[in-house]
Design a protein around this ligand. Structure first.
Ligand code: CS2
Ligand code: MG
Length: 402
């Protein structure tokens, strides 16, 4: 019987930190899984190295579902981003192995093509509205039909989502950077710049906006109503999703579509959002929601309630996740849109292949598995060092959701 012979936890930092799990079978077949949890990478690396890898060696790599159940139910302590990211890394690596053994791309194992390509959206931002609009024009020139727009709020240094020197990387400090936040200033400013973006880009471009957990349910309801004329594709994370109930209030007051889920890591965390149709898109990701096996379950539940996928795909989700997400998005019936920020140039020195961007969409080729290869020699050149996401503080000094 073929067994799992080795499982390596690989840390590297080609332009940004990534954690990758590589599983090698007794037949010499390898599979990759992304284990990157931005700002908490070492927690997942240890969970894998110290508590999962010793349980994997000697097991049958073909038994993906059984291993998922074993790692989820067998841990006793379940759910949460660290556990579900570790399980995801194993799951995705085993789907990669299964595809290579079968000689099929992973999307074929998931039911085959439902679409020719995977529509994506990218980020446009600016320290000022003109700068944001210029960035959006650059995105249009690159072929994007869907653009997330974010502008710095005057007087609020370091507003969420605004690029620095042409790149957006929030986890860029050795300790959490404290950023000021003013809901009043944001609410007084954002609707106007979203309207300016719609006027500048025209009606045919999908416009998205990430509120990033900053508003109370009532503030989010009012915000959603105030921008209904903009015709957003979605407003994302309008309020923290710790309580799914919070979205009932928002839903009662606005028809602006809602997308939630990038920080939610299991079907139980989004069950009510889906079954009560409190959201229009679920943003859970392959890397943080238990892998292809679990995310497929989330999107199958969503399909029953006319909720579509809108998976998280920021640059802190590695090219392994982007490939796996594109395979899944190629196959599922209720695909909506996939986030695509691209990566620092150095990242491609370590991760070869995977999903390919072209003309506003991601594509996967018909190579067995996920189609990503990991270059150890290159990875060794980029040493991991801890980096943290910012912490937000209101103007009175109290902590706010970042
Ligand atoms: C953001 C992310 O892409 C998004 O929608 O919410 O940039 C998020 O802030 C980071 O992935 C956190 O690591
Ligand atoms: Mg987001």
């Amino acid at each position: 019987m073929t067994t799992i012979e080795r499982a390596e936890v690989l840390l590297t930092s080609p332009g940004r930190n990534f954690v990758t799990l590589r599983i090698t079978t007794s037949d010499g077949v390898t599979g990759l899984g992304d284990a990157t949890l931005n700002g908490r990478e070492l927690a997942v690396a240890s969970y894998l190295r110290d508590h999962v890898v010793p349980l994997l060696v000697g097991r049958d790599p073909a038994r993906i579902e059984d291993l998922w159940q074993y790692l989820f139910r067998g841990a006793y302590w379940r759910r949460g981003p660290v556990t579900m990211t570790a399980i995801a890394a194993v799951d995705v690596a085993l789907w990669d192995v299964k595809g290579k053994v079968a000689g099929l791309p992973v999307y074929q194992l998931l039911g085959g093509r439902s679409r020719e390509q995977v529509l994506v959206y990218t980020h446009a931002s600016g320290e000022s509205v003109p700068e944001m609009l210029e960035d959006a024009d650059r995105a249009r020139e690159l072929g994007y039909a869907a653009i997330r727009v974010q502008a710095a709020v005057p007087g609020i240094a370091g507003t969420y989502g605004v690029k620095k020197n042409g790149r957006y990387e929030p986890a860029d400090h050795a300790l959490p950077q404290e950023q000021p936040w003013s809901t009043e200033a944001y609410l007084a400013f954002a609707p106007d710049y979203l309207r300016a973006a719609r006027e500048h880009l025209g009606a045919e471009v999908h416009l998205l906006h990430d509120v990033h957990h900053r508003l109370t349910p009532l503030e989010a309801a009012r915000f959603g109503r105030s921008v209904e004329d903009v015709g957003l594709y979605w407003m994302e994370d309008p309020t923290p999703a710790d309580s799914q109930d919070a979205f009932r209030l928002i839903r009662q007051h606005t028809t602006t579509p809602i997308a939630v889920g990038e920080v939610l890591t299991s079907i139980w965390d989004v069950k009510d959002l889906i079954t009560e149709q409190l959201v229009d898109y679920v943003r859970c990701s392959v890397v943080h929601a238990g892998g292809i096996t679990h995310l497929r379950r989330i999107y199958d539940l969503a399909a029953l309630y006319n909720v579509r996928s809108g998976s998280h795909g920021a640059s802190d989700l590695s090219p392994v996740t982007q490939a796996a997400a594109t395979h899944l998005a190629t196959a599922i019936p209720n695909f909506g849109i996939q986030e695509h920020m691209g990566y620092p140039d150095l990242t491609a020195e370590v991760f070869h292949g995977g999903a390919r961007y072209d003309g506003g969409a991601l594509h996967v080729d018909d190579v067995p598995g996920l189609g990503v290869e990991y270059d150890d020699a290159a990875a060794a050149r980029f040493e991991y060092s801890p980096k943290y996401l910012p912490v937000a503080r209101r103007l009175d000094g109290s902590v706010h959701d970042w």
